[in-house]
Design a protein around this ligand. Sequence first.
Ligand code: PHE
Length: 453
Amino acid sequence: MTNREHFGSRAAVIMAMAGSAIGLGNIWRFPFIVGEYGGAAFILIYILCSFLLSLPILLSESIIGRRTHQNTFGAMNTLAPGTKWKWLGLLTMVSPIIILSYYSVVGGWSFAYLCKAVSLQFRPENAETVTGMFGTFSSSTWGPLACLTVFLGLTALIIFSGVKKGIEKFSKISIPVLFVLIVAIAVYSLTLPGSSEGVRYLVKPDFSKLTADAFSAALGQSFFSLSLGVGTMLIYSSYVNKHENLVASGAGTAFFDMLFAILAGFAVMPAVFAAGIAPTSGPGLVFETLPFIFAKMGSGGIFISSAISIIFFFTILVAALSSSISMMEVGVAYLVEEKGVTRGKATLGIFAITFCLGILCSLSFGVLSDFKLLGNTIFNFCDKLCSNFLMTLGALLFSIFVGWKMDKAAVREELTNGGSIRFNSKIFPVVYFLIKYVAPVTIGVIFISGLLA
Ligand code: PHE
């Protein structure tokens, strides 16, 4: 791979990886999962899972990617030629495409809601009708499909621009902007009368609410949020140069991702409590409840309620885009490097496949809502297949590969840059122990118990 692109700096690596990690998982999924599993106690388990289990997986993918500087399939073929491990490379080709298909539907909704906010539809006098708006919109045919096309089109445009001019440039601008915006929304949310109850919910753990389920939900959330087990972190690491400190960029990514999720919790929960709505109101929280709250509670009338809705849906849209590009890059890199296709054609190819599947996912809220796969709508089936099964399986296999199949000396070389990073050399035994034993055993137990349940 002679003229392969590389990220330009440590900041670029962290921003790109954080860009992949920070997305709908943080703003849309995290608040309602926290709501379902009882607040602060769940957040503590989530943080624990992120550092003890997810970070080792992130490092495993980073090691494979940076060592080979290849796409996921090429990487597995280089490190374990002629073995079944190439299937792991292929698995990571399929999972991001499926995720991108349904993720883009939600990305499309955020685009639609941004347009609604800009056209001043979330006014105080409309508040009561806002909640019903979501069901009507998502179950219709053409509106969501048009928004899906815009969202996937934007994703393809950034990917087509390349690693440095597309991914790096977009992430370096969007991530700092996202942090500023989410802090602004959290501050606004905290000023609403009655919001302190929401703060208490987020900071005061009630361990009695923790069920056994909460542990696998925390792990699933942490994997989804850090984009693990589907090759996205592998492919981004394959654009990282040999001097970069993988442990530092991995830990930085995990830290920013967690910080953003917690900030999103503070943006959403205090507002939800202020409006006296149950925190357990599920996936509709962001698209049904929040616009209602912003419309109704804005003390500054239409101007403030519209401004805050615009900021909120713009934040979701940009965060979703910074993640969707990482999913598309996995397949594009594969087609370019393994099949000799140009970047333009590869982007178009992945766009076409995800678009077709995305149409089915979108219609499963409307005309295809009665079509069920194992009792689920197409959208829910894709989500469950990926977040409950394929991501965990991928993560498990990556840790087994790095812990048990790769040469320990090679793993040490990648994590310590040939021994030149002293701190990493010191902590190497602990990190290696987490990768080799703690991660596969714990994830394996959770994976198998999930299959048997
Ligand atoms: N991490 C992204 C989010 O939180 C989702 C994602 C999953 C991105 C898998 C890439 C791969 O929204």
